[in-house]
Design a protein around this ligand. Structure first.
Ligand code: SF4
Ligand code: SF4
Length: 382
């Protein structure tokens, strides 16, 4: 079997692959910020629906029909999901055995009641790096407000706090990302999918910051909690972990077991592609579900890529737009530079001999690198 071959029969297989499923419930499409690169702005998805219009009885019936055999975890997503606290509370009360995660811009976090915070296994807080960059994209004072809110809720959150950094600015520094590892349990970064962000100079700067992050990861006995580096090391040292839970497909789960449920009940695999009719995968109201349409395609170059064993098709949205829809400018200006950075990340990790590092790491560090629950909540690869 070629490394890139999905598990046999996946094309005809069940709608959900594996035993777990993430229900990413969009509680609203409203947001209290106006981030300049927001992906929901594409196709005018953002702001188009304020409240959830399907009933919880419809959600019950959908779960009973399609997900009754699965371990379910819910991510509350938006817009800004905390703007519809009533829905969050109702879902938590109705499904007390589920695991819950919140994806938020962090600005309203301190207002959440204790009983909601206590039930969250993870909170993903969107941030753009340091204060200058975050305020530049999100508005003045946002960085400090978010950091203050993190301090205010830390002791009340049941699980972990993860910074979700969209790495957009070429001047984001190592120090800014490093500082986030002090306030959060984990830092996840993803390379922004934006034309114009990958000039030669911008790529060179990102490579330099990546090198320093990776140097720091390997420099001590403590875990340096940066998810894309942890995940890359895990995938290199324990290659089977790169495949389990995703049937060898992308680690952002869009090909296997994440369902983005729009406030009106329509279901899509990727939250950035909810404006594309061909991505419709199901409907809570109509109570139907099919396998994700976002699957590997022969035009995608991953089969012959040196990073494939650990990357496993980083972002299916990018690959689909660039190689299936034929968006050549997007391929040249966004997808190829990101893929180069992913390959660079792998090479830098190799330079530090991850197998030897892992063999001598303290057991708790090995356990977290191997099994970190946050891997289930983020895309792992940047
Ligand atoms: S780096 Fe790009 S081409 Fe290579 S496996 Fe990842 S997504 Fe595919
Ligand atoms: S990484 Fe996955 S979920 Fe994120 S934009 Fe790409 S395809 Fe969508």
């Amino acid at each position: 079997m070629k490394l890139s071959e999905p598990i046999a029969g996946i094309e005809r297989g069940p709608a959900i692959v594996g035993s777990r499923v993430e229900l990413q419930l969009l509680t609203t499409l409203r947001c209290n910020l106006k981030c300049s690169y927001c992906s929901l702005g594409v196709g005018e998805v953002l702001g188009s629906r304020r409240k959830v219009s399907y009933s919880l009885e419809a959600l019950d019936a959908f779960i009973a029909k399609h997900l009754s055999e699965h371990e379910i975890y819910v991510t509350f997503y938006g817009g800004e999901p905390t703007l519809n606290l009533g829905f969050i509370t109702a879902v938590m009360e109705r499904y007390p055995a589920f695991r819950f995660q919140l994806q938020t811009n962090g600005t309203l976090l301190a207002r959440l009641p204790d009983q909601v915070l206590a039930k969250l296994s993870n909170i993903l807080v969107s941030i753009d790096g340091g204060e200058r960059v975050t305020d530049g994209y999100r508005g003045r004072g946002i960085y400090r407000r978010v950091v203050k809110n993190i301090d205010a809720v830390r002791d009340r959150v049941g699980g972990t706090l993860t910074a979700r950094v969209t790495w957009s600015d070429e001047d984001t520094t190592f120090e800014e990302l490093d500082e986030l590892t002090e306030c959060f349990d984990y830092v996840y970064f993803q390379f922004v999918a934006q034309d114009g962000a990958y000039s030669q100079q911008a790529v060179a700067k990102k490579r330099e910051v990546l090198s320093r992050l990776i140097d720091k990861f390997f420099s001590g006995k403590m875990l340096y909690p940066v998810i894309p580096i942890m995940g890359t090391v895990r995938n290199k040292v324990l290659p089977s972990r790169a495949q389990e839970l995703y049937a060898g497909l992308t680690q952002c789960r869009v090909s296997t077991h994440i369902l983005n449920v729009m406030p009106d009940g329509r279901i899509y695999p990727c939250p950035d592609m909810m404006y594309m009719p061909e991505m419709l995968q199901g409907d809570v109201v109509g109570n139907w579900l099919k396998r994700s349409p976002l699957q590997p395609h022969p035009n995608m170059p991953c089969d012959s890529c040196s990073a494939f064993s650990f990357c496993r098709r980083n972002c299916m949205k990018n690959l689909y737009l660039a190689y299936v829809k034929g968006a050549d400018g997007y391929r040249r200006n966004v997808v190829e530079p990101i893929c180069d950075l992913v390959r660079f990340l792998g090479e830098e990790v190799d330079r530090h001999d991850p197998h030897t590092w892992f063999a001598s790491a303290p057991l708790p560090v090995r356990n977290t690198v191997t099994n970190c629950e946050a891997y289930e909540y983020v895309e792992i690869m940047p």
